[in-house]
Design a binder for this molecule. Structure first.
Ligand SMILES: Cc1cc2nc3c(=O)[nH]c(=O)nc-3n(C[C@H](O)[C@H](O)[C@H](O)COP(=O)(O)O)c2cc1C
Ligand code: SF4
Length: 518
């Protein structure tokens, strides 16, 4: 049998040198006259081990990583094509602790299969969910998704089944499924990873959504900073269309569903669902007032399901294994699994899919291994740039929508960014206000003007000018933004600002030097 070598084509792995490693392995194969098949798989998400090269041996796959081009010759000399020992040897990939501790439902195939092989997708359970869905009525599919407890993974955690039911129950001559792949949150990469590593799962999820709600057309809105994901998704859609997964007769059924990939406009606010719809329609991305809900009047005024990539990519496993199977994972009202993206100053950065319920401390200290610098963890921002900063004192908070909300935080898209004790939380609070000022769509005053005033006021605190009065002013401003903004950009910026002030008050005390300078 020809040896198979897996080298990730995922852009995270490419950023760490996977392309150079692939070229070095190909030329070494040629030089040694060895015939082998190189598969460009997705990443398994253990980025601290990328580029992670795997070989298929008689005893299963064996991983090596992080591989550098300078390792390639010695890998061949060590007999890595048959799993030989080498300093980069990691053993069976699914036994690597970071991967072995995970519950991979949505990401089950990511890093395992060839992303653009529909055969490989089917061999690993792909299309089972869609096949099952085709045997059900739309209402029965919606009932399964509702019963599974799946909530939107884009940020707000809204129950997916309820959203789908609204679209199913709304009359329209045309309905749409829109996939939100704008993924603008700091430290997040789950959407990108799945689009590059297992694109068919998203296509399958969107097709199921179409059949469930009566929509015949889908759009994936992918941020412009993701050219690799755009390329993979375009190819996958073409393959799916040729194979009859998409088109006038989905898998030979009377149902029609097709889709297109669109590149985003490059603004954070275009991830907000209504601004995204404006952008998709070719306009400047401005937030729309609700009602009407997109489910009633969405893209081009038609009933529209708008869901995050991970929400949609989690549907196939639900339709394959059943709502009860999925619902069995998790805690409270947070059911199933969530791909936690561990980033920032952390030793083991990567994607960790787990059932809801792990504590923040377990995620940061045990899975993430603490900081990369080796210094104490000072703060963890959970949920992107609009998420709160949690101190170590809140590390017992379980990863659950309600538990985070109870502590004035949010899970958002499940990105966590770790900071060590050198972080200046006043600067982080200022950054949150500045980010809001830069990214504001400008529609409402508390966000457009408030964020700029927020930056100025925090600067005055930093300069030691009437710190107590200015702190009270920032708090007041945050309340105005929280309750007076039209969308969560202005409405949630107070979370990082107020959590910094509440949990790290020392960073807001005037430094003697600053006072002296006044
Ligand atoms: C400023 C802003 C940016 C957002 N960015 C994203 C994003 O990049 N991706 C995403 O899925 N949702 C984003 N959202 C949330 C969406 O508005 C919406 O809730 C989501 O797409 C719904 O899908 P879900 O129910 O599957 O989560 C953003 C919201 C706001 C207010
Ligand atoms: S809160 Fe900000 S981003 Fe949202 S609608 Fe208002 S101005 Fe636009």
């Amino acid at each position: 049998m020809i040896p198979r070598i897996y080298i990730p084509g995922d852009s995270g792995a490419l950023a760490l040198g996977a392309e150079k490693v692939a070229k070095a392995i190909a030329s070494e194969l040629a030089e040694r006259g060895i015939e082998a098949k190189i598969v460009r798989n997705g990443s398994r998400g253990a980025y601290f081990l990328e580029p992670m090269v795997e070989v298929a041996t008689a005893n299963g796959r064996v991983a090596y990583g992080p591989v550098k081009t300078s390792d390639v010759k010695s890998l061949f000399d060590s007999g890595f094509l048959t799993g030989g020992h080498h300093k980069r040897w990691l053993g069976a990939p699914d036994k690597i602790p970071f991967l072995a501790k995970q519950t991979r439902l949505t990401f089950a195939r990511c890093g395992v299969t060839d992303p653009l092989s529909l055969e490989s997708y089917k061999k690993h359970g792909g299309l089972n969910g869609l096949t099952n869905a085709l045997g059900l009525t739309p209402a029965a599919i919606v009932a399964q998704v509702t019963e599974s407890g799946l909530r939107g993974r884009g940020g707000a955690g809204f129950p997916t089944g309820i959203k789908w039911k609204t679209v199913l129950d709304t009359v329209g001559d045309r309905k749409y499924i829109v996939c939100n792949a704008d993924e603008g949150d700091s430290g997040t990469f789950a959407d990108r990873m799945i689009m590059e590593g297992d694109p068919f799962v998203l296509i399958e999820g969107m097709t199921i959504a179409g059949i469930a709600t009566g929509a015949t057309k889908g759009f994936v809105y992918i941020r412009s900073e993701y050219p690799h994901a755009v390329a993979v998704m375009n190819k996958a859609v073409e393959i799916a269309r040729k194979a009859g997964v998409l088109g006038a007769s989905v898998l030979g059924s009377p149902n029609a569903f097709d889709m297109e990939i669109r590149v985003g406009a490059g603004a954070y606010v275009c991830g907000e669902e209504t601004a995204l719809l404006d952008s998709l329609e070719g306009k400047r991305g401005m937030v729309r007032a609700k009602p009407p809900l997109p489910a009633h009047k969405g893209l081009f005024g038609k009933p529209t399901v708008i869901n995050n990539v991970i929400s949609l990519a989690s549907v196939p496993v639900i339709m394959d294994k059943g709502a009860a199977f999925y619902k069995d994972f998790g805690m409270g009202r947070s059911r199933g699994t969530i791909p936690i993206q561990i980033a920032g100053n952390v030793k083991y950065a990567g994607l960790f899919e787990a059932a809801f319920g792990m504590t923040l401390g377990e995620i940061v200290d045990e899975i993430g291994g603490g900081t990369a610098t080796g210094r104490p963890v000072k703060a963890v921002q959970v949920g992107g740039p609009l998420g709160a900063y949690f101190p170590r004192a809140l590390f017992d908070t379980p990863f659950d929508y309600e538990a985070f909300a109870a502590k004035d935080g949010l899970i958002g898209h499940a990105g966590i960014v770790v900071f060590d004790d050198t972080a200046d939380m006043l600067k982080q609070a200022r950054f949150a206000m500045e980010f809001c000022a830069i990214e504001s769509c400008g529609k409402c005053t508390p966000c457009r003007i408030g964020s700029t005033r927020g930056v100025e006021t925090i600067d005055r605190i930093a300069a030691g000018i009437e710190p107590e009065k200015n702190l009270a002013l920032v708090t007041d401003l945050c309340n105005t933004m929280k309750f007076g903004s039209l969308c969560a950009l202005g409405g949630f910026t107070p979370y990082p600002v107020m959590s910094s002030i509440t949990h790290f008050p020392d960073d807001f005390k005037p430094a003697p030097v600053r006072v002296a300078a006044e």
